[in-house]
Design a protein around this ligand. Structure first.
Ligand code: BV8
Ligand code: ZN
Length: 245
């Protein structure tokens, strides 16, 4: 690590250690080192597909089997994935910070598997299913699913209980995320291209409300110039260095 990078890490560490409240927003990049492909990177999940082809209610209505094949493939990948040092560093921060809120756009539940006790899931979970007929919701971690598309015990077609494009975010999770972003001293934005709203707007909300904005990403993003510190590199290396006591 170069001298200026270690100075930036030291500065970020000092802001975090002196913070009363820290909030973190994570995206697909924090799970990349666990072997879960990101959406828009070179090996991105979207490479073979386009978001509007699969992660929308319209696509599901037209091709439920195709959409379920994609989710079943992702579920099988995620089931084999392990949390990485980036996920674990955030569980340490949750344990020792005066006040810490973890917000994620991810649906893989790797934060919870790493030991994070409280996670605001803005886009739902790939392990939850919801019936499109009776709206019952249940957890199903079977990989692969025995038959696609899965159905509810009422006979209705089941969908992944995730938030698709054009769908609103879970009200409770979103209002808690907005409150955490607008009241923290430090906002960490980790492994997200910051292209998907309203989640991406949390970083500028925090900054407007006076938080120090620290970005951790493998490359520059639309947020990098606005960030007080943009730490470039893998989250699985930077977060443990940043949060080392
Ligand atoms: C909504 C769940 C309205 C499913 C996903 C303004 C305001 C509000 C809405 C909009 C708006 N503008 C446009 C919209 C519409 C739309 C939107 O944002 N479109 C985009 C494409 C422009 N938003 C919506 O539709 C949202 N709904 O606003 O509803 C409404 C209101 C009332 C009533 C009705 C409707 C819903 C959006 C949610 C969509 N669902 N996922 C699933 O997972 O299958 S989005 C999907 O993208 C994932 O959740 C993912 O988390 C998210 C964001 O992507 P990233 O996580 O950032 O991943 P990405 O691959 O893009 O980037 C990875 C990053 O990691 C990169 O920067 C890379 O450099 C970095 N990286 C890689 N490796 C590493 C790394 N970093 C660190 N370490 C590494 N090792
Ligand atoms: Zn049902």
């Amino acid at each position: 690590m170069s001298r200026c990078e270690s100075e930036a890490i030291a500065q970020a560490r000092s802001w975090i250690n002196n913070a009363t409240a820290t909030t973190a927003l994570t995206g697909a990049g924090i799970s990349a080192e666990s072997g879960v492909p990101t959406f828009r990177g070179f090996a991105g999940l979207w490479k073979q597909f386009r978001p509007e082809d699969l992660a929308t209610p319209e696509a599901f209505a037209r091709h439920p089997e195709l959409v379920w094949e994609w989710y079943d493939w992702r579920r099988s990948l995620i089931a084999k994935a392990q949390p990485n040092p980036g996920h674990r560093a955030l569980t340490d921060l949750e344990r020792r910070a005066q006040s810490f809120t973890l917000i994620t756009q991810n649906v893989d539940r790797l934060h919870q598997r790493a030991g994070s006790q409280s996670v605001l899931e803005l886009h739902g979970s790939i392990w939850q299913l919801r019936c499109t007929a009776c709206h019952r919701e249940w957890s199903d971690e079977t990989v692969p699913l025995p038959h696609l598309p899965p159905t509810c015990r009422c006979g209705g077609l089941a969908r992944p209980a995730v938030v698709w494009f054009g769908e609103s975010l879970p009200r409770e999770a979103w209002s808690r995320a907005e409150r955490a972003a607008s009241t923290c001293d430090v906002f960490l934005v980790i492994g997200t291209s910051a292209l998907v709203y309203p989640a991406a707007g949390l970083a500028s909300l925090a900054h407007r409300c006076g938080a120090k904005l620290i970005e951790i990403n493998a490359e520059k993003t639309a947020l990098s110039n606005a960030a007080d510190l943009a730490l470039t590199g893998p989250a699985g290396e930077i977060l443990p260095a940043l949060l080392r006591e």
